[in-house]
Design a protein around this ligand. Structure first.
Ligand code: SF4
Length: 433
């Protein structure tokens, strides 16, 4: 899925007439204007950018929702020249926003990386694109070459291709791969201490975050705040799929009701629920579809923005079966270094599969809840915590179905096909096993 839906007020994406690949450098500059970045450290410029990004209220768009400018000071204080890492790994199978952005607006992403590099004094920018994402990698490689030829690349830029896995885009796993190729998430007690590659401090940003930085650097914080809400300003990219006529990537104002996002993609039917945030996100009950799509309101109903995923589950599908599929997939994506994650996630997946099929024993719900409690907060990264949140939300949102399944009366939807997306072969291999 890589369809892009644009409206005249879209800020991030520009598409060539005829729907071809994103703009070349000349078209990019014609659309967005030039961006002045000093060749040497310039305190006034640097302070101005930091103030602008802070005042904009930009929150990272990679899942954690961390205030973007807060990452920069700690990196800058180090003794070695920092490195900027562009995180384009997009390990969530249902997400397409980052690959769309890199394919359609690669220069906006690189502008943002240049701004951050100039602010923190970095000597190098590394763009990490998953090895199976050839289209986005080709687009960004072409853009890097264009900038080199045009003489506007102010520091070394390279594209790296880590293996494609769900946790590979977790910030510390990505840095670990760049450092020693192990690619394992690290337990970070103090997140204000920068990650390092070859003992150089590293700042990692998601591609959408960098595009927003590039726009704020051009237009300022007031322009950024013209859309969105006071607490969650700006627009964001959302990948919508499931029971909609036009699945794809949409740019929406933060604060837009969830139901309006689904309608924009062509809502086809009555919904049993909506999955928000991704496979480590949460289900939203149909009665809550008016909830504004922003961190605060979503958190109040137990959901999360995550990596900008909205999946419409139609009435007639089985939310428990879909959750079991996700749990099994996520169990297989564990990086394999923390016991509660390695053993706990497969056990939860098995219980959910039994529940989905109406073959579970009477203690299954108690067991799932106890395992969720035992797993939560016990991994080096947040991977298992996301699964726990998703499973708990499924037990609450599909409570009536859960009760019927637990009594051996599974709903007809349990044998229906999935509306979810998984890497090629995942569901087929589960059916065969
Ligand atoms: S919690 Fe799971 S995915 Fe995260 S580091 Fe530990 S084993 Fe790996």
């Amino acid at each position: 899925m890589s369809a892009v839906t644009l409206e005249t007020n879209d800020r991030l994406l520009t598409v060539r007439p005829g729907g071809g690949m994103g703009p070349d450098l000349a078209e990019h500059l014609a659309t967005h204007g030039t961006l002045s970045i000093p060749a040497r450290d310039d305190t006034d410029w640097r302070t101005g950018i930091q103030r602008a990004v802070s005042a904009s209220g930009l929150l990272g768009r990679g899942g954690a929702g961390f205030p973007s400018a807060l990452k920069w000071d700690a990196v800058r204080r180090g003794r070695r020249r920092p490195m900027v890492v562009v995180n384009a790994m997009e390990g969530e199978p249902a997400s397409a926003k980052d690959r769309v952005l890199l394919s359609y607006a690669p220069h906006l992403v690189l502008d943002g990386a240049e701004v951050v590099a100039a602010v923190v004094g970095a000597s190098e920018i590394v763009i990490c694109v998953a090895e199976d994402n050839r289209t986005a990698a080709a687009a960004v490689e072409r853009a890097v070459t264009e900038r080199m030829r045009a003489g506007i690349a102010r520091r070394r830029m390279s594209v790296r291709r880590p293996p494609s896995r769900y946790v590979a885009g977790e910030e510390s796993a990505l840095v670990s791969w760049l450092d020693d190729k192990r690619g394992l998430p690290m337990l970070r007690v103090d997140k204000s201490v920068p990650l390092q590659v070859s003992r150089r401090p590293v700042v990692v940003h998601n591609v959408e975050t960098l595009s927003q930085v590039a726009l704020i650097a051009r237009h300022g914080p007031d322009w950024f705040r013209r859309v969105g809400t006071p607490e969650a300003p700006g627009s964001t990219l959302v990948t919508v799929s499931g029971a909609v006529r036009s699945p794809g990537v949409f740019e929406v104002e933060l604060g837009t009701p969830v139901v309006d996002i689904v309608r924009r993609a062509g809502l086809e039917t009555e919904l049993a629920g909506v999955l928000l945030g991704g496979y480590g996100g949460a289900w939203l009950h149909p009665s809550r579809l008016a909830t504004p799509y922003a961190p605060g309101p979503l958190s109040a109903v137990g959901a999360t923005l995550g990596v900008g995923i909205v999946i419409a589950l139609p009435v007639g599908s089985c939310g428990i079966t879909e959750t079991a599929r996700i749990a099994r997939y996520m169990a297989g994506e564990s990086a394999g270094q923390c016991g509660p994650c390695v053993y706990g996630l497969p056990a939860i997946a098995t219980d959910l599969e039994q529940l989905a099929a109406g073959r579970a024993d009477s203690a299954v719900l108690e067991r799932i809840r106890a395992r969720a409690t035992a797993i939560e907060g016990r991994g080096a990264c947040r991977h298992p915590d996301g699964v726990v949140r998703l499973v708990r939300s499924a037990l609450a949102v599909f409570a009536d179905d859960v009760a019927a399944h637990a009594q051996g009366r599974p709903c007809p939807g349990h044998s229906a096909g999935s509306v979810l997306r998984f890497p090629d072969g995942h569901l087929a291999s589960r059916r065969a096993s």
